[in-house]
Design a protein around this ligand. Sequence first.
Ligand SMILES: C[S@@+](CC[C@H](N)C(=O)[O-])C[C@H]1O[C@@H](n2cnc3c(N)ncnc32)[C@H](O)[C@@H]1O
Length: 205
Amino acid sequence: MSREQDIRRHYETRLSSDRANFDILDWASAESQRIRFAVLADNIDLHGKALLDVGCGLGDLYTFCRERGIEPEYTGVDLSEKMILAARRQNPAATFQCVDVFTDATLGAEQFDVVFCSGAFNLNLGNNRRFLLTALPRLVDLARGYAVFNLLHERTQYQEDGYFYCNPEDVLKMLRGLPCEPRLLDDYLPNDFTVICRKIRSGSG
Ligand SMILES: C[S@@+](CC[C@H](N)C(=O)[O-])C[C@H]1O[C@@H](n2cnc3c(N)ncnc32)[C@H](O)[C@@H]1O
């Protein structure tokens, strides 16, 4: 089974009307899902910005922004068609597309002010490190201003099979040579870290 099929199968089997969104998306709680969104919103001005939410799930980031009075030009993408259909039902005013940005070149370089990716790297599919080496440059490429992503932290005390936990310093090394200045944030949850990559342009002073 391909990486994409594994991801679809994991999340689509959780889709059910009697489950809360955070549970469908396999977060421990609604609070932990929102804390990850807050790391983005507390550090980057999203108002009026073209925001791409990679692996958007049910579009909860869109809801979170509206509840905070922030109005980005939001686009959510997910590789699961079923997830995208459910996201559209819950957020009819938002834009959603079924796209795997890592294998599909439909979305062009620097098309978005801010690119955010929360939770899309959580599953252990056996080739995660190799995958990150191509996925992280793609996130940076899509962003004009900032690419922001989170990963499960290797310091997590009770690590569960099936999830991918990694070392932040290792991830920072993967970003070397890319046109961005990375900043690590790892003080908001015990089992997670976020990297905020500020895009830099060659030749700019
Ligand atoms: C843990 S959920 C997080 C959803 C959302 N970001 C949130 O925090 O509520 C991960 C989501 O990423 C999606 N995903 C994983 N890999 C992806 C990829 N390569 N392209 C698009 N979506 C992806 C999954 O289908 C799933 O909906």
